[in-house]
Design a protein around this ligand. Structure first.
Ligand code: ADP
Ligand code: MG
Length: 294
């Protein structure tokens, strides 16, 4: 009877858009105590756009768009796509880069028209590249972060010349899903490479209790392990290539079906739609299925 009930459970899951890798996954699902949510693309839509471009004193807007846009045009990151698209829309043709380096979770470095261009997290530009963030851009940066938006700074030839304010939309269902996860007795954690201020605003909007921000892609799985060492049985929900190691480390990995194949492969469950309420359905289903067995 036990295997049959599990088969019925996984079959019911498939009907609900919850693809479960094997019957043993339901038992893991029932045991979880903490659920870690990736921010970008999981809690938010992950379809980013440039909401604002602000130049530092003495910087030409077209030059900022040209150099930062051309540099980012060599990257696949959603923030880079948004910047390159904005630049292309406003100024037309972009230059090809002479050299390009991606620094995962930090930003990019490129040579464009002979200029050494860096685009990335403001904090990282200071700590990794030794660049000073211009005081005349501080207010714009703080206002954007207070709205839950992400600020990316652009520099060339050793000076920060402007910022791009990157916007994303919180999925319509995220707040409801988080409320239900908490009703199920789970601790909710938001995990992101984004800065603490932006992350805190998003967490507050959807009702997530704890925030782990400024986490490098390579450290996401260590954050999951830390929760496990503290005695939590951890589920992780994510969509990106960056999330794959954390999804594999978690006691239960749940991939957003519209996300990357790498995330799906690393996970135990795929939520076919992008709707986080499917994670709630999965947990309810596991609890119900295993209750009927006992
Ligand atoms: P997340 O955890 O939200 O998926 P990432 O780890 O990919 O984010 O990136 C973390 C941060 O690094 C971004 O919020 C951004 O500030 C910066 N960053 C990463 N890649 C780029 C890029 N190509 N251009 C500008 N900034 C970038
Ligand atoms: Mg993501």
């Amino acid at each position: 009877a036990t295997p049959t009930a599990l088969m019925v459970g996984t079959g019911r899951g498939a009907q609900l858009g919850i693809l479960i890798k094997g019957p043993e996954v339901l038992e893991q699902t029932r045991r979880i105590t903490t659920i870690v949510l990736d921010k970008t693309g999981t809690v938010t839509e992950g379809k980013m756009w440039v909401a604002d471009v602000v130049t530092a004193a003495g910087t030409d807007l077209r030059e900022l768009l040209h150099l930062a846009g051309s540099a980012e045009n060599a990257s696949e990151h959603p923030i880079a796509r948004a910047i390159a698209e904005r630049a292309h829309t406003e100024i037309g043709r972009l230059a090809s880069v002479e050299s390009f380096t991606n620094r995962a979770g930090m930003g990019i470095e490129a040579v464009v028209d002979g200029h050494a261009v860096v685009v990335g997290r403001p904090a990282t530009l200071e700590s990794e590249w030794g660049l000073r963030f211009p005081p005349d851009l501080t207010a714009a940066r703080e206002q954007a972060e207070a709205r839950g938006q992400t600020v990316v700074a652009a520099s060339w030839d050793g000076a920060v010349r402007g910022i791009f304010v990157i916007a994303d939309r919180i999925k319509q269902s995220s707040a409801d899903a988080v409320a239900e996860l908490r009703q199920l007795g789970l601790t909710t954690v938001l995990l992101t490479g984004d800065n603490a201020r932006t992350a805190a605003v998003v967490a507050a909007e959807v009702g997530v209790e704890r925030v782990r921000a400024d986490v490098l892609p390579s450290d996401k799985s260590a954050e999951v392990a830390r929760l496990q060492q503290a005695g939590e049985v951890v589920a992780m929900v994510g969509d990106g290539v960056n999330d794959a190691p954390a999804l594999a480390q978690a006691d239960l990995g749940l991939a957003i079906g519209t996300g990357t194949d790498v995330a799906i492969e690393a996970s135990d469950i795929t939520l076919v739609s992008g709707d986080l309420r499917a994670a709630v359905d999965a947990i309810r289903l596991a609890r119900r299925t295993l209750r009927t067995i006992k």
